[in-house]
Design a protein around this ligand. Structure first.
Ligand code: SAH
Length: 235
């Protein structure tokens, strides 16, 4: 059928036929590989996870753009590149157990689940727990456990963790999270005194009481709200 600009049906046809797989491949090439990330396991996981299924309505059309996008409860799904960068810095192995703080849509948890044995992910908003749970179940990610609560306290029941990925920004590294790291394990978190602008920080547990911290550059995440994070939802 020829494209007829005067016919509204053309637009509907174009929308319906949006090729998410091709967009995802382009996202990987342009936003991830071209920026220097070549880890084969990570690229394969990211090419498997349908980001458009972790956003709603009109945002699905924008799912493979180079940006964070709104999800329920005034939160955001992180930009694909930042998810890739954080996961890469965790240096994960297939037998690892990982803790994520800030499940949000469940997108990062889905990628992590393809890279390690078990993912525990904590979310404070019940609405997002349901949102992520539904999507992860529909898509068949089975090694992810979602816990509702304050992730600044971690999840001692399954500690120690080989990797901890904090997907929201706080004023300092919560001590409970550091202490739930395995020796040799890594924690990645946006840290800063401004609620909306942080430095991405990496902590490596070198020994029982020995931690090495490195700053990886400026980022902008939603605030980490909790006992060892920011106190309220204002600002
Ligand atoms: N990783 C997510 C994006 C997370 S946005 C994704 O892939 O979609 C950050 C999330 O952290 C938000 O959903 C927010 O509700 C949550 N959050 C903020 N403070 C928290 C806390 N103390 N414990 C658990 N979740 C928290």
């Amino acid at each position: 059928m020829l494209f007829d600009p005067g016919n509204d049906n053309n637009c509907i046809m174009l929308e319906d036929s949006q090729d998410f797989e091709a967009e995802r491949a382009r996202m990987l090439a342009q936003q991830i590989v071209d920026r220097g990330i070549h880890d084969a396991r990570l690229l394969s996981a990211m090419s498997d996870v349908p980001r458009h299924r972790f956003v709603e309505g009109l945002y699905q059309k924008l799912a493979y753009t180079d940006a964070p996008l709104p999800i329920p409860a005034q939160q955001t799904i992180s930009q694909p590149y930042i998810v890739a960068y954080m996961i890469l810095e965790l240096k994960l192995e297939p037998d690892d157990i990982v803790l994520e703080v800030g499940t949000g849509s469940g997108y990062a948890a889905a990628i992590l689940s393809l890279l390690v044995k078990k993912v525990i992910t904590i979310e404070r908003h019940g609405r997002l727990v349901d949102f992520a749970q539904g999507r992860l179940a529909q898509l068949g990610y089975k090694n992810v456990e979602i816990v509702q609560g304050d992730g600044t306290l971690g999840h001692p029941a399954c500690a120690p963790y080989n990797g901890i990925m904090v997907s929201a920004g706080g004023p300092k590294i919560p001590p409970a999270l550091q202490n739930q790291l395995a020796i040799g394990g890594r924690l990645i978190m946006p840290v800063g005194r401004n609620r909306r602008r942080q430095q991405l920080s990496r902590v490596t547990r070198m020994g029982e009481g020995e931690f090495e911290q490195k700053s990886l550059g400026p980022v902008a995440f939603v605030p980490l709200i909790g006992r060892e994070g920011w106190r309220s939802t204002s600002g």
